[in-house]
Design a protein around this ligand. Structure first.
Ligand code: HEM
Length: 226
């Protein structure tokens, strides 16, 4: 036992995890309510998305000939494939809902004000990244719904003044949805956007720890009662 403690001590001295533990777990937190847990819940779902997404890449094939069949294979033949895919599929919608609820909580309590403006700005980029993950992920099963949703989404990009047609071509990798679109969306979905999400989440949460969580505002009537 003592030996184990020495060993732990040896690592602790080098890593300095007591400081991390102090900053994260033993800091003072104001009395808050359940609405203040929405950010952490979003983060929890994001972690589930990362884990299930990594598992899905083991069987998913991002080519127009095989994408649809590979999803069918995951759902029907892979052990617990239905569960992993189900978690990832529903997790995506839940995450979008949670991000909005979290944002509304922050807005309602005015927690975006000084000194948390940057936390809010990073949050808006987080929101865009989560939406982009949803959009790129939607094409991947390559079924009718995916095809037409991407058609609608890319047409919206196409009507942006001046750069619209160029934007649409870059988005699709050509003039129509095809093999290049699928490869492109897959690459964005599993590399660029998740990497961006991690960077933004780390920066966002660093600011939450650095500044501390805001306390719920005390309203006039409550003040009188107190
Ligand atoms: C992936 C998306 C996001 C994650 C994982 C996330 C995570 C978190 C966490 C864990 C907290 C601390 C606890 C809490 O207030 O719930 C927090 C606070 C905060 N978030 Fe987010 N967030 C996300 C998106 C957003 C968005 C979209 C906005 C606004 C545009 C935003 C603005 C803020 C602000 C201003 C705070 C500080 C609130 C306070 O101190 O009371 N976040 N976030």
């Amino acid at each position: 036992m003592e030996e184990k403690q020495n060993w732990l001590q040896w690592i602790a001295e080098r890593i300095g995890w007591e400081a991390i533990d102090k900053a994260m777990l033993t800091r003072k937190v104001p009395k808050v309510n359940w609405a203040f847990t929405l950010g952490s819940t979003t983060m929890f779902v994001a972690i589930i998305q990362f884990i299930t997404g990594i598992f899905l890449t083991m069987y998913y094939s991002p080519s127009p000939d095989h994408a649809y069949d590979s999803i069918n294979y995951i759902m029907n033949d892979v052990t617990l494939g239905w569960l992993i895919r189900g978690l990832h599929h529903w997790g995506a919608s839940i995450m979008v809902i949670l991000v909005f609820l979290h944002m509304w909580r922050v807005f309602y309590y005015g927690a975006y004000k000084y000194p948390r403006e940057l936390t809010w700005i990073l949050g808006t980029f987080l929101l865009l990244t989560v939406l982009a993950l949803g959009f790129t992920g939607y094409l991947l099963p390559f079924n009718q719904k995916s095809y037409f949703a991407t058609q609608v989404g890319s047409s919206m990009a196409g009507v942006v003044p001046v750069i619209g047609p160029y934007l649409k071509r870059v988005l699709l990798g050509g003039n129509a949805i095809g093999a290049l679109t699928l490869a492109r969306f897959y690459s964005w979905h599993i590399w660029f956007l998740p990497a961006l999400l991690v960077i933004l989440m780390v920066a966002h949460i660093y600011l939450v720890f650095r500044i501390g969580i805001s306390a719920p505002p005390v309203f006039a009537e409550e003040d009188e009662e107190a």
